[in-house]
Design a protein around this ligand. Structure first.
Ligand code: NAD
Ligand code: TYD
Length: 347
């Protein structure tokens, strides 16, 4: 099979490409715009791989995508390309709709024209909104996105459904919980906290730190996507989760303990607007229908991830020294949204 992977220079896409090249004979063309989050260093060593090709470009560029699908005899598309950070979507929502929603529609249109045989849309559990203390998201939970990011992904899911129902495009949607692992951009919770701790910088915890996320090791997510790509039923949605729920503050304390850094580095900062309280995934459908289960226990995955960020310090230092520095200032600097102020414990 020849696969077009979009957004393959990002966190999950680059892990997926390495997995597929390592464990199958499939050929991959990686189409990525190389936004701030796209980094060819994530794919270092693959440049000369005989079954891999990188193309820089936008998923919204129909002519480019149409040409690629034909020239490369593409059978299947796996769409990772996205603006992926909730905080950025609060500051600048439009590009989220342009890439995540309209970009996905453009890809679907070209894929339908060329009768692509499999299309996997990489979505997120955030489309379901927020849970209270009880319950888990199933594939039939209502779509109730709360951030512009989540809304742009939910809109993409609906247009994917429409392309299946109306045009017969064999689209499958995956909705996964929070990923962690190597090559995650250091704006996301786990790599941000590891990097800050290693540099003795404050660890900004939003609100009361009691928001719960359901963590999954990136390799487990990639293996689930591979199952869906091979055996998923067109028109179906598959939830993917790691069965590892944790409040943010507990996670941050665990990271500090493993890095042998003091808890005094923790700084409670003003909350993210519209901050979802809890995510938890019921992944029983993909388990029973496709035989997928997460392999990596959270403690083991986290220890591996910490080791990777310690050993690959130059990877994240390069990122943090450039454009990211300016972003960090707008979020966490003196006048930023998450500027340090009185902690919930002070009030
Ligand atoms: P990421 O931000 O690390 O990578 C996104 C990639 O998409 C980057 O390489 C970027 O250059 C590329 N890109 C952005 N706009 C593009 C465009 N218009 N055309 C082509 N390429 C473009 O994101 P990630 O964390 O790897 O997430 C990948 C996908 O998985 C996203 O669709 C996201 O919604 C979904 N997802 C992520 C998580 C998570 O925890 N990170 C969880 C569930 C689902
Ligand atoms: P994040 O990695 O941005 O993923 P998402 O918002 O998609 O779940 O954040 C994970 C959790 O960590 C979320 O509850 C917000 C919180 N958080 C902080 O407390 N501080 C931070 O600096 C960041 C980036 C996130």
């Amino acid at each position: 099979m020849n696969i077009l992977v979009t957004g393959g220079a990002g966190f999950i896409g680059s892990n997926f490409i390495r997995l597929v090249l390592d464990e199958s004979e499939q050929r991959i063309v990686n189409l990525d715009l190389l936004t701030y989050a796209g980094n060819l260093a994530n794919l270092a060593g693959l440049e000369q791989h005989p079954r891999y090709r990188f193309v820089r470009g936008d998923i919204g560029d129909r002519a480019l995508v149409a040409g690629l699908l034909t020239a490369e005899k593409i059978d299947a598309v796996v769409n990772f390309a996205a603006e992926s950070h909730v905080d950025r979507s609060i500051d600048a929502p439009r590009v989220f709709l342009e890439t995540n929603t309209l970009g996905t529609q453009a890809l679907l249109e070209v894929a339908a024209d060329q009768q692509i045989t499999r299309f996997v849309q990489i979505s997120t559990d955030e489309v379901y909104g927020s849970l209270g203390a009880q319950g888990r998201f199933t594939e039939s939970s209502r779509l109730q996105p709360n951030s512009p990011y989540a809304a742009s992904k939910a809109a993409a899911d609906l247009i994917c459904r429409a392309y299946h129902q109306t045009f017969g495009l064999p689209v499958m949607i995956t909705r996964c919980s929070n990923n962690y692992g190597p090559y995650q951009f250091p704006e996301k919770l786990i790599p941000l906290m590891i990097a800050n701790a290693l540099e003795q910088k404050p660890l900004p915890v939003y609100g009361d730190g009691q928001n719960v996320r359901d963590w999954i090791y990136v390799d487990d997510h990639c293996r689930a996507i591979d199952r869906v790509l091979r055996n998923g039923q067109p028109g179906e949605v598959y939830n993917i989760g790691g069965q590892s729920e944790l409040p943010n503050i507990e996670l941050v304390k665990t990271l500090l303990a493993q890095l042998e850094k003091p808890e005094s580095l923790i700084e409670f900062v003003p909350d993210r607007p519209g901050h979802d309280r809890r995510y938890a995934i019921d992944a029983s459908k993909i388990a029973s229908e496709l035989g997928w289960q997460p392999r990596v226990r959270f403690a083991e995955g986290l220890a591996q991830t910490i080791r990777w960020y310690v050993a690959n310090r130059s990877w994240w230092e390069k990122i943090r020294s450039g454009e990211y520095q300016a972003y960090y200032e707008t979020m966490y600097g003196a006048s930023g949204r998450h500027a340090a102020g009185p902690t919930p414990e002070d009030s």
